[in-house]
Design a protein around this ligand. Structure first.
Ligand code: IFM
Length: 441
């Protein structure tokens, strides 16, 4: 058995990522809480409820967990509806809680990465027309200013908007997210405003904090044609990729484009100091005459895929390498802002982690500027329209008792973070079935 160690550069950030609504609990003032109250919106009628009870103070014990397992960074989000519960009111108590959390990370020698928008909007904001209303842009910039003024002494890495593509698709085109629309016209309008809000937020942060690093977290899907020789499939794969990743291009060239519609947003040009990549899986597109509404394309996972429990994620580590290669073209530092798998049994997670980190290491070895990795997630949390049915945590969560359950992947990831490396011994111990793919020979 070959013995080796794939070493990462010193200063590499190793952490986990979370989002306010998914972990805090009792986020009663945002649109997701409202959405959860309507039967049929969330699988099994689940509700976020207490979530992981961070707002009740359990962030402290979870921050201890990450610090004690050698992570040196944490990505979390600030809930807009807490900081600004109504258009004319800022909540100083909420600001104090987030300040304590940030101090809590710094005290534990962890680098914070803070997301300003992670899928949720205040209810009052939606009542004003949400992202379709042009005023949304100024509202978000105001919120940004408030947050940055309050926390700039503690935070250097900012993510303006998490997965704007998923948010737009879910909320305005597919309808599975609030506000539940299925309209290209609405999606385009909201998309332009999201981009303007990102741009405004980017400039506002830099005005208040000149050395801040600001980016977005892009959900990257690797989309391949089922048959390379099939021109319609190749064309579709290219189109889907271009459209799905539209925000990343727009934040570089200042043009928002969706299908055949375009809008110039000059303020958005060059508004990413780093590229955040959220990579989970790969799709294959097949030509299918029965699907005219999706331009005769059908998305599915590669044949014979290594699938997660509910079939939500196919383990395709090559897609991570592809995602990083895509990110490289923006000529900026890169952070893997999310990557992980739902796996309550922790059977697949160890190989998923090791195989994906191996691909990141390969990219690092080409000298690509990859600065950190944030695993999704620290502890099982509320998975949006899939409720509690999917478990992404290194730690499991008993939702009823709030008890955390240490999965084997905790120790695997802790060793990687501690050694700043992926070693053959570790892979042999935790994911022997992945050994040959990582250490061939
Ligand atoms: O839980 C989500 C997260 O909020 C955004 N990216 C994907 C994760 C897993 O579904």
């Amino acid at each position: 058995m070959p013995r080796a160690k794939y070493q990462f550069p010193s200063g590499f950030l190793w952490g986990t990522a979370t989002a306010a609504h998914q972990v805090e609990g009792n986020n009663t003032n945002n649109n997701w809480w409202q959405w959860e109250q309507t039967p049929g919106n969330i699988l099994n009628g689940d509700k976020s409820g207490l979530a992981c009870d961070w707002w009740g103070g359990r962030w402290e014990e979870d921050f201890d967990r990450v610090a004690n397992t050698h992570q040196n960074a944490h990505r979390f989000s600030i809930e807009w509806s807490r900081i600004q519960p109504s258009p004319s009111r800022w909540d100083d108590n909420a600001i104090d809680v987030y300040r304590e959390m940030l101090k809590g990370l710094i005290k534990r020698n962890m680098v914070p990465m803070v997301t300003l928008h992670h899928f949720t909007d205040p209810i009052w904001f939606n009542e004003q027309g949400g992202w379709e209303n042009e005023k949304s842009v100024e509202c978000f910039i105001k919120f940004t200013r408030k947050v940055v003024k309050a926390f700039k002494d503690y935070v250097h890495l900012w993510v303006t908007i998490n997965e704007p593509n998923v948010y737009l698709f879910g909320g305005y085109m597919h309808g599975g997210f609030p506000p539940g629309y299925n309209s290209l016209v609405r999606a385009f309008r909201a998309g332009v405003n999201l981009l303007k809000a990102h741009a405004g937020s980017y400039h506002a942060i830099h005005k208040l904090q000149s050395d801040a690093l600001v980016g977005m977290a892009h959900n990257y899907r690797s989309i391949k044609p089922a048959h390379n020789w099939c021109l319609p499939e190749s064309f579709l794969a290219r189109q889907l990729k271009r459209n799905f990743h539209t925000f990343a291009y727009a934040a570089q060239n200042g043009v928002f484009s969706l299908l055949t519609t375009r809008k110039r947003v000059p303020a958005a040009s060059n508004t990413q100091d780093f590229i955040g990549v959220n990579y989970y899986s790969q799709d294959i597109v097949s030509f299918d005459i029965r699907n005219p509404s999706t331009l005769f394309g059908r998305l599915h996972y590669p044949d014979g895929s290594d699938l997660s429990g509910s079939g939500f994620i196919a383990n395709v580590p090559d897609g991570m390498f592809e995602a990083l290669h895509w990110a490289l073209h923006f000529n900026r530092p890169i952070y893997v802002t999310e990557n992980g798998v739902e796996d309550a049994e922790d059977k697949m997670r160890p190989r998923y982690i090791t195989q994906h980190i191996h691909k990141i290491w390969r990219a690092v070895n080409f000298n690509w500027p990859i600065k950190g990795y944030f695993h999704w997630s620290l502890v099982d949390n509320f998975e949006w329209e899939r409720g509690w049915s999917q478990r992404f945590g290194l730690w499991g969560l008993d939702v009823a008792t709030q008890k955390r359950i240490r999965r084997p992947s905790v120790d695997l990831y802790a060793s990687i973070c501690k050694e700043n490396a992926l070693s053959s011994d570790l892979v042999q111990k935790y994911a022997p079935e992945a050994f040959e793919s990582i250490f061939p020979g």
